[in-house]
Design a protein around this ligand. Structure first.
Ligand SMILES: Nc1nc2c(ncn2[C@@H]2O[C@H](COP(=O)(O)OP(=O)(O)O)[C@@H](O)[C@H]2O)c(=O)[nH]1
Ligand SMILES: [Mg+2]
Length: 371
C-alpha cells in the first residue's frame, strides 16, 4: 500500500489556461478525476492555478503553496496530483514544501499518476520493467530519494567533496540501472518480435484493437474471442496486451486478435517510448482497428488524439479502420455524416455490449484483410 489509508485522499491542482475555453478545462479536470478513481483514490480537494506561472521552482506560486498547505492539513490529504507534466525538481520542491502539513505526503504529476495506475495493475514481467524504466527516466537520479538533498547540504557545510561524490555516485548508479533495464527490455522486445514473426509465418492475419481508453476494446475483444473476462469501467487498467485467436467466417480461417492499452490525451512521449514493446503488437498488425466511443461528446477530439499517436508510432493510414461503438447509447448519431467524413477508414457501427453490428464488422474485417 502506498499510503496509510485504504482509499487515499487526493488534492488535485488543475491548471487554468487563459487560451483555453472553460469547457475544455472542465473536461481536463474530469479526465484527471477519473484517473484518480481508476487508481483507487478519492478527490477531497481541488485548487486551480494559473498556467502562466508554470516555470516557478515549485511550479505553483507561493500563495498557492500556502493555500495547499491549509487544505492538506484540514482535509487530511495523502496525495497531491498536479494535472500537468512537470519537472522532477519541481515535484521534489513541492514535496518538501507540503511535508510541513503532512510528513508522509506524496506529490505526483500526471505522468506519475499514470505510472502508478499501471504499476498497480501490471501482471507481466514486461509491463513491470516498462514501468520501472519510465519511472527511472521520468525522475532522473532523484528517484533514489533524498540522496541529492543530503549531498547538497553536505556541500553547504564545507564538505563539498563528499557532496559531489554522492551526486556522482547517484548519477552513475542511475545510468547503470537504466542501461540494465533497457537491455532487458530489448531482449523482451526481440522475443516479442519473434512471436509476431512466428504468427506471420503461420500465415494467420493479425488484427489489433486500439483506441482511446474506455472506448470498449476489451468488451469487443471478449465478445469476438468468446471470453468472459471482467471488464472494469476504469481508465486503462493494464499495460499488458492480450492475444487470442478467433474464426473469421468471411476469411474461412482464424485470425489473431490483440487487445492493447488505451490511450489518453497528453500521453507523454516518454510513456509511449517506454511502452514500445507493448505497442509492437499494434504497429505490426495487418489491420489496426480504431475503436471509438460514439456516445462520447468529445468523440472528435479523442479521435484526433489517437490519430496523433498512430502517427508517432508510424502506423500506416491504409491499415486503419474505424469502428464506432456504443451506438445504442447515442440515438442521434449521424451515421451518414460519419461514413462520409471518415470514408478512407471504412467506418462501421456496433455495440460491443449488446452485440449489434457484429456480422457486418466481421465481414468488413475479412474484406479489409483480403485487400
Ligand atoms: N453502453 C455501452 N457500453 C459499452 C459498450 N462497450 C463497452 N462498454 C462499456 O464501456 C466501459 C469500458 O469498456 P472496456 O471494454 O473496458 O473499454 P477499453 O478501455 O477500451 O478496453 C465498460 O463499462 C463497458 O461495459 C457498448 O457497446 N455500449
Ligand atoms: Mg481494455
Amino acid at each position: 500500500m502506498i499510503t496509510q489509508r485504504q482509499i487515499p485522499r487526493v488534492m488535485l491542482i488543475g491548471l487554468s489556461d487563459p487560451f483555453k475555453n472553460k469547457e475544455d478545462m472542465l473536461a481536463d479536470f474530469e479526465e484527471v478525476e477519473s484517473l484518480v478513481s481508476t487508481f483507487g483514490a478519492t478527490v477531497y480537494a481541488a485548487l486551480v492555478q494559473n498556467k502562466t506561472r508554470g516555470n516557478l521552482d515549485t511550479f505553483i506560486g507561493p500563495g498557492k503553496v500556502e493555500e495547499a498547505l491549509k487544505e492538506i492539513m484540514e482535509k487530511e490529504i495523502d496525495i497531491v496530483v498536479i494535472n500537468d507534466a512537470i519537472k522532477p525538481g519541481q515535484i521534489h520542491n513541492l514535496l518538501l514544501a507540503f511535508q510541513k502539513s503532512n510528513p508522509k505526503i506524496l506529490v505526483w504529476d500526471r505522468v506519475s499518476l499514470i505510472l502508478e495506475i499501471f504499476s498497480k495493475h501490471a501482471k507481466t514481467a514486461e509491463a513491470k520493467l516498462q514501468i520501472k524504466f519510465a519511472k527511472l527516466r521520468q525522475m532522473g537520479p532523484r528517484i533514489y530519494g533524498m540522496g541529492m538533498e543530503m549531498s547538497n547540504q553536505a556541500a553547504g557545510i564545507g564538505a563539498k567533496g563528499i557532496g559531489e561524490t554522492n551526486t556522482e555516485l547517484m548519477l552513475r548508479h542511475w545510468q547503470t540501472e537504466k542501461k540494465k533495464i533497457q537491455e532487458e527490455l530489448d531482449v523482451l522486445s526481440k522475443r516479442k518480435m519473434e512471436q509476431i514473426d512466428h504468427r506471420k509465418q503461420i500465415g494467420l492475419p493479425t488484427i489489433s484493437l486500439v483506441g482511446y481508453t474506455n472506448a470498449g476494446k476489451t468488451t469487443l475483444f471478449n465478445r469476438l474471442t468468446g471470453l468472459k473476462d471482467f471488464v472494469a469501467n476504469v481508465l486503462f487498467a493494464t499495460l499488458d496486451s492480450t492475444v487470442n485467436k478467433f474464426y473469421l467466417k468471411g476469411l474461412g480461417d482464424e485470425v489473431y486478435l490483440s487487445d492493447t492499452i488505451g490511450f489518453i490525451k497528453n500521453l507523454p512521449p516518454l510513456l509511449i517510448d517506454a511502452f514500445k514493446s507493448t505497442l509492437l503488437e499494434t504497429v505490426n498488425a495487418d489491420l489496426v482497428v480504431h475503436i471509438i466511443d460514439s456516445a462520447d461528446p468529445r468523440m472528435e477530439e479523442k479521435i484526433k488524439t489517437v490519430e496523433e499517436i498512430f502517427k508517432n508510432l508510424g502506423i500506416k493510414k491504409e491499415n486503419v479502420m474505424y469502428v464506432f461503438n456504443k451506438i445504442e447509447n447515442n440515438a442521434t448519431l449521424n451515421r451518414a455524416k460519419i461514413t462520409n467524413d471518415f470514408k478512407e477508414f471504412t467506418p462501421s457501427f456496433i455495440s460491443a455490449k449488446m452485440g449489434d453490428g457484429m456480422t457486418e464488422l466481421m465481414n468488413l474485417f475479412a474484406t479489409r484483410l483480403k485487400s
